[in-house]
Every structure is written in C-alpha cells, then in structure tokens.
Write a protein that binds this ligand. Structure first.
Ligand code: MSP
Length: 650
C-alpha cells in the first residue's frame, strides 16, 4: 500500500499582535506543525500556514498605550512570533501578516465579490461591541445587560454606519453543510454546539467600521473612504490570500484547506462566518475545522495579572523542545481543556520518554554492542517473533485513523503500546540467558526485533519529536524518509542489516522543577477541589477578590439633581441623584466640608447602587458616592466625560 501524493493545506489561527506568545499559541502551532510533518513524511505535498492578525481597534489601542504607531507595534510583536516559531523549528511554508500588501488586495477583491453577489448591504449598526474580543453581541447575549459573554469585560455601545453581510441567508446552507459533512467540525461535541447555535437563527453581520481606521480599507470601487473592514473578515480571509487569492493565485491549488486548527474560543468564527463567506465567494469549503481546548496552569486560568502565564520558550529551554511538544500532544485529548504543571511534564519526561523510549534505545545499544559488536541482522526476526510482529503490525495499522480523527493523544498512546511490546519481549526472552545457552541466532532475532520496532517508532514519532528522532535515526542508521515510511510502516518490511552507533541518553532524568513558579501567587487546591490563591507572596494587595466578586457591586453614573445641607450635621449633604430609575435616589454624603450644595447640582457622580439602605441622622440613604480623599482634600469620582444616566461602571 502507498499513500498517494496529494496537496494538503494546514493552518493555524493568525495570532493577535497585542501580546507575546504563550502556551496556548504554542499548542495550536505545534499541533499544526506535527500534522504538517506527518503529512510530508507520508508523501503528501504539504503547505503549512501561520502568521499574525494585526488590524483592529484592540491593536490600535495597545499600540497607543505604548506610544507607537499600530504598524510599528505590529512589526515588533509579529517579529517576535516569527522568531519564536523559527526557534521552535515550526515548518511553516508561509508566515502571513494581515498588513501584507497582497493580503489587503485579496481581502478587498473578496469584499467586492461578495458585494457583487448581493451578500453585502449598507445599514446602520447599533449595538454592543467587545473590543478585546473584537466581537459584536446582541443585547440578549450580554451578561447583566452590559458585559461580554466571552470574556466578561464591559462592552461599548457602538452606533455607526456599517456594511452588513447577509449571514442570515446562509442558515440553511450551513446546516446542510454540517449535515452532509459529519467531520467538518471536530470534535463532534463541538460541532453539535455550532449546529444548535445556527438553528437558533443567525443575524446579519456588521463587517465594516467607521470609528477607527486601523484596518483594511473597503475597495475603492465602494467609494467609502471612512470604512475599514471588520477585523474578523480581514483575518479569516488570510487562509485564502496566503495562497494568492486575488493576486498571484499560483498556490490556490492547495485550497480548500484540509484542516484549520483553532482554539474553542474562535470556533464560531471559523465554523459559521468563514464557510458563509466562502459560499458567497463560490469557493469550496474546508475539509475540517478542528477546535482544541484551553490550557490552564496548575488548575488556574492563566492571566497576566496573576503572573502565571506559561511562557513556551522558557519551558522548552528548561525541559527541551521535543519533551514539551510530546507533553502538549500527549497530555490532553484533543478538544478538551488541559492543565500545565511542571510535575506532570516531569512525570512524562521521566516515565514515557526516559524509561519507555530512551531506555529501550539504550538496551538496543547495550545488547547489540555486547553480543554482536553493534551489527544487527533482521534475517531471523520472523522465524522467532511472529507473535510480536503481528501485534505491532495491528497497532501500526490502526494509527493513521487516530491522526485523521485528531486523536493525537490516542495515536501516542498506541505507539507506547508498541514500546511496551518491545520492552516486554526483552524481559520475556532474556537475551543474556539465550547467549549463555549458546542460542546466538535467537538473541540476534530478539535484538533485531527491538531494533525494527524502534525504527518504526522513530518514523511514527518523527512529526512529534523531530530532533530526538534524528538521534534515534542516527543510532540505528535509518533515514527518516517517505521511502522508509512506505517500506517499514506501510509495507511492513524489515530493516536491512544495520550497524548501531552509540548516542547519548535521549532523555536524562529530570529530578527538579526547572522553572520558577508563578511569582505573584501560589496555587493550591481546597478540599472541595476548587483552586485558591494563597496570599503570602503578594506585596501589592492582601485582599484580592475575583472579578465576579467585583461585579457584585453595581456602580452607576448618576446626575445630582438636588442638594441641601442636613441640619445639625457638620459633614452631611442630602442629595437626590437620578440614576435613570423610576424615581431619584436619596443619598447622604459626608462631603459638606469639601463641596457646597449648590455647586453639586447638575453634576455627575458615581454611585454604589446596590447598597442596603441605611439611616443616617434620621434620613434614609439609598446609595453611596465614590470619592477619593487624601491630605489635600476630597474629590468625587466622576466620569471623565458625561455619560448616560444609569450607565454601569466596570
Ligand atoms: N486573531 C484571532 C484568530 C484569527 S484566525 C483567522 C485570535 N488570536 S489569538 O492570538 O487571540 O488566539 C490565537 C489562538 O490561541 C486561538 O486559537 C486561541 O484559542 C488560542 N489560545 C489563546 N489562549 C489559550 C489558552 N490558554 N489555551 C489554549 N489555547 C488558547 O483569536
């Protein structure tokens, strides 16, 4: 059996340049690289794409905060992503940037085509936008009428002229595509979520913005200089513009993508918007969109403020790139969330990599050297080891399926079963006794069996740990090539006679934790399994709360419509504050020394709106004003610019 050569196109998401790479980015990229290497080895003409997503309000804001132009800032961070992937030896065929000229031209052509197809119309957008997620949300999806359902941050109200994509008219076509292509979205459980979402109805999608300009301009034929494209339309199209869509289309023969790898948080964009855009462009749809889960660290969500973000370079430098790759691919079933802990990584290194794999290679070196001067001949393997060979072959035959179903951890588990067969054979046949009994041909057959198994395993693991596998290949004198893959894996042939070369231990034991633990917090588990953050090491605050706790307090903008002094009180003013409710609130504030009543009328203030009412000097107070007081006096905290009465503060 031979794998016929075909074009295979694999993509990672393009990464936002508002932050440097962390373990989540490395994870997607390493899976994609593994699949690409595997695909090349089995003989396919493979194209791996990665890159950076550089437009949008979020990036413009990040640049501004650093006093840089968006382009300067994007150049810097995009460069960092690219160097990291180079250091990680990611075998990308193209690194696309959405600021590339060809990309912008391609995106404009696509926009025009969708417009000409009748899928784009002009309207007015009024709604809620989450800048960090670069996503519009209908009011019905907001939490507490204001907060982003994805990240929990406050959305902003946007009202502007906008072009819309007729997403609603693609509902049925999308549902049909999902139905006719059972594996178009992997894993299946995630697909069901998407199908249900679409069944609940799709709204047209706002695809242009006028309130900022860091984006791809609409095509000049539209004559709309104020509009830039919605960043997700711009970003998704990278998968086709990278192949030359709209410019030099020479690589478009790789389209459609075989697999778009994405995190679960961005599946909706890929599984709903993207196929709809493609249908509108009359382009074929991707074969698979595969969504992986989310990484946490020691059971905690990673965040910069907690200081517990896993830096992939640090991990790879400390523990080795291949061990890190193996850990990421083996530790969690694809699609499920995974937890990074150094202990789990060390266990994998010492047990799977050191004991099962590395030691087996040592045993080959030891046995072949001691008994046969490093010369191994496969001539009697079949005669003495039919059973083991059959067991190994049957596992090998099942492997490709795991890759096609994105069950990479299962793929690795099965390969480890092959290693177990090899280690067990040594213990069962006891080559040292065979030699003692003068059964040299049997001892040679055993060493050859193990050597052949190791050669197969090397071919199967090359995509996962390409550098260590080079050492194994050198040791066995076997080239990692498509030809050898066909010979040893597909055709189940045996190695010709080989000469073993000694190599250093592949995975020396790791005894210590090699990375500093998160600086700001230590994470422990409480008895009921919840994670809690211990506070001793924090020097900023010792009463940290979670964001949920913060949101228990409702703070609203109000306008002071009446103010008077409270008789007999040196401190209190009696205020009426309009919070946009059915009646103004009565609030007592201890600010008489600092503000005169009349000056306050008509000004805005921030009010804690869900305090239990309290009685002061005989008056009920139904809220509290926010203020800051130092040795120079007291100031009320007010919005910088007037805000609608009742606006919540977050
Ligand atoms: N720019 C968009 C993608 C556009 S693709 C046309 C984007 N960028 S991102 O940089 O925010 O995220 C890129 C990928 O990293 C996503 O697939 C996301 O799921 C993944 N991860 C970000 N944090 C993660 C974890 N903690 N764990 C695993 N992956 C996570 O979204």
């Amino acid at each position: 059996m031979q794998n016929s050569c075909k074009n295979v196109y694999i993509t990672t998401p393009i990464y936002y340049v508002n932050d440097v790479a962390h373990i989540g980015h490395a994870y997607t990229t390493i899976i994609a690289d593994m699949l690409a290497r595997y695909s090349r080895l089995i003989g396919h003409n493979t194209y791996l794409l990665t890159g950076t997503d550089e437009h949008g309000q979020k990036i413009a804001q990040s640049a501004e905060a650093r006093n840089k132009t968006p382009k300067e800032y994007a150049d810097e961070i995009s460069g960092k992503f690219r160097s990291l992937w180079d250091e990680f030896d990611i075998t990308y065929d193209k690194f696309i940037r959405t600021t590339d000229e060809e990309h912008k031209i391609g995106v404009q052509k696509a926009f025009l085509k969708m417009y000409e197809n009748g899928d784009i119309y002009k309207g007015e957008y009024e709604g809620f936008y989450c800048v960090p997620c670069e996503t519009f949300y209908p009011e019905s999806q907001l939490i507490d009428e204001q907060f982003c359902p994805e990240c929990g941050r406050a959305t902003i109200v946007v009202k502007e002229e906008s072009y819309f994509f007729k997403l609603s008219s693609y509902e049925d076509k999308l549902l049909k595509w999902y139905e006719e292509n059972p594996d178009c979205i992997l894993p299946r459980a995630k697909k069901n979520e998407i199908v249900n979402f679409v069944r609940n109805g799709l709204k047209d999608l706002s695809i242009s913005r006028t309130s900022f300009d860091w984006g791809v301009k609409l095509p000049k034929e539209m004559n709309e200089p104020k509009h830039v494209m919605y960043v997700w339309l711009d970003a998704l199209l990278n998968y086709t513009t990278a192949l030359g869509y709209g410019t030099d289309e020479k690589n478009m023969n790789f389209w459609p993508a075989n697999i778009h790898l994405v995190g679960k948080d961005i599946l909706r964009f890929h599984a709903i918007y993207w196929p709809a855009f493609l249908m509108s462009l009359n382009l074929p749809l991707p074969k698979h969109i595969a969504a992986h889960g989310w990484w946490t660290r020691d059971g905690e969500k990673m965040s910069k403020s907690k200081g517990n973000v896993v830096n992939p370079k640090e991990v790879a430098d400390a523990y080795g790139l291949d061990a890190f790759r193996y850990f990421l691919l083996r530790e969690v079933p694809f699609g499920q969330d995974g937890d990074f802990s150094q202990k789990a990584l060390i266990d994998r290194i010492n047990s799977d990599l050191g004991n099962d794999l590395g030691n087996l290679l040592n045993r080959i070196i030891g046995m072949s050297g001691k008994y046969f001067d490093y010369n191994v001949s496969s001539k009697d393997v079949e005669k003495f080891h039919k059973k083991e060979i059959e067991e190994v072959n049957s596992i090998v035959d099942s492997l490709e399926n795991y890759i096609y179903n994105m069950q990479i951890n299962r793929y690795l588990e099965e390969i480890w079963k092959i290693l177990t067969i090899a280690n067990k054979a040594i213990n069962d046949y006891e080559p040292w006794n065979l030699i003692k009994d003068g059964k040299n041909d049997q001892a040679m057959a055993l060493v050859a069996l193990i050597t052949n198994i190791m050669a197969k395993v090397a071919l199967l693991l090359d995509s996962v740990m390409p550098h260590k596998i080079k050492d194994i290949a050198n040791c066995l004198g076997v080239e990692i090539s498509t030809e050898n893959y066909n010979k040893l894996i597909l055709n189940k042939e045996f190695l010709n006679d080989v000469k073993i070369t000694k190599v250093d231990a592949l995975f020396p034991r790791v005894e210590d934790i090699l990375l500093a633990q998160p600086q700001t917090s230590d994470v422990t588990k409480t008895e009921d399994g919840d994670s809690k953050v211990e506070l001793e090491k924090l020097d900023i605050e010792d009463n940290l709360i979670t964001i949920d706790k913060f949101f228990e307090t409702t703070i609203k903008v109000g306008t002071i419509i009446e103010a008077q002094e409270v008789p007999k009180s040196g401190k209190l003013l009696l205020l009426k504050v309009d919070l946009g409710e059915n009646r103004p609130r009565q609030i007592l504030a201890g600010i008489k020394e600092f503000y005169s009543a009349v000056d306050l009328i008509g000004t805005q203030a921030c009010v804690v709106a869900n305090l239990k009412p309290a009685k002061l000097m005989g008056y009920v107070s139904e809220g509290m004003l926010l203020a800051a007081k130092d040795e120079n006096g007291l100031s009320l905290i007010r919005p910088e610019k007037p805000k609608k009465i009742g606006t919540k503060i977050s």
